[in-house]
Design a binder for this molecule. Structure first.
Ligand SMILES: COc1nc(N)nc2c1ncn2[C@H]1C[C@H](O)[C@@H](COP(=O)(O)OP(=O)(O)OP(=O)(O)O)O1
Length: 200
């Protein structure tokens, strides 16, 4: 480690973290955990727009998110991300790792290690599935986009997404690698967060 960046428990140690954005309850510690489960989350960002899915059932029901789920035994997280994207939105894409996040949700007894993937192109037809309702959103400030169709799309609905997303999604949109940790309280509020850019 260099500098004086204190990396939260669960986030891999590295001397490549910069530009930390953190907050929440300062005098409370990060929650302890005993089990870590691996998940994926995949986003298509294309021509100034981002594809999100409205979660119709299960964990995170009623929120907009990327497409993803558990890494099954024997799968790499990339394989899991590609499988989940096809299962939940009907499309295939060559995904690449954009960032890694570590979550605690006090409502569940395990910690989430989530690899976040991105692609800028895809094949197939986007479909609604029993788990997700996909929709395009404008990924830029509406006044910055030259394409009138993109400018007419709704802005990213941060108020209807997991409360942590607003802290790391700007890095995803800028194609800047990132790492972070977020702890949610039992009542669903974001108790504490830490996000860093990862430099080469
Ligand atoms: C706690 O904060 C979270 N924030 C964000 N942005 N995303 C999260 C958070 N916690 C979980 N997620 C993501 C990770 C996955 O993409 C999904 C959850 O996956 P799910 O439980 O639906 O996994 P599946 O394998 O699809 O499950 P079933 O097949 O049992 O439906 O949310």
């Amino acid at each position: 480690m260099s500098h004086d960046i204190i990396v939260p428990l669960g986030v891999p140690h590295s001397d490549r973290y910069r530009g930390v954005c953190d907050g929440g309850i300062d005098d409370e510690d990060w929650s302890e955990f005993t089990e870590v489960r691996r998940y994926t989350n995949a986003f298509i960002i294309q021509d100034g727009k981002i594809l999100l899915g409205y979660k119709k059932r299960g964990y995170g029901q009623g929120l907009w998110n990327g497409f993803g789920g558990k890494v099954e035994p024997g799968e790499s997280s990339l394989q899991a991300a590609e499988r989940e994207l096809e299962e939940e939105a009907g499309i295939r894409a060559q995904l690449r790792l954009a960032g890694t996040l570590f979550f605690i949700d006090a409502k569940v007894p395990w910690a989430f290690h989530i690899d976040i993937f991105v692609a800028h192109t895809f094949t197939g037809e986007i479909i609604e599935t029993d788990e997700m309702r996909p929709q395009w959103f404008c990924a830029q400030m509406a006044e910055d986009t030259e394409d009138p169709e993109v400018a007419r799309l709704p802005q990213i609905p941060y108020d209807r997404m997991w409360a942590d997303d607003i802290y790391w999604m700007p890095q995803l949109l800028r194609d800047t690698p990132f790492a972070g940790r977020m702890d949610f309280a039992k009542n669903g509020t974001l108790r504490k967060w830490w996000v860093a850019k990862v430099v080469n």
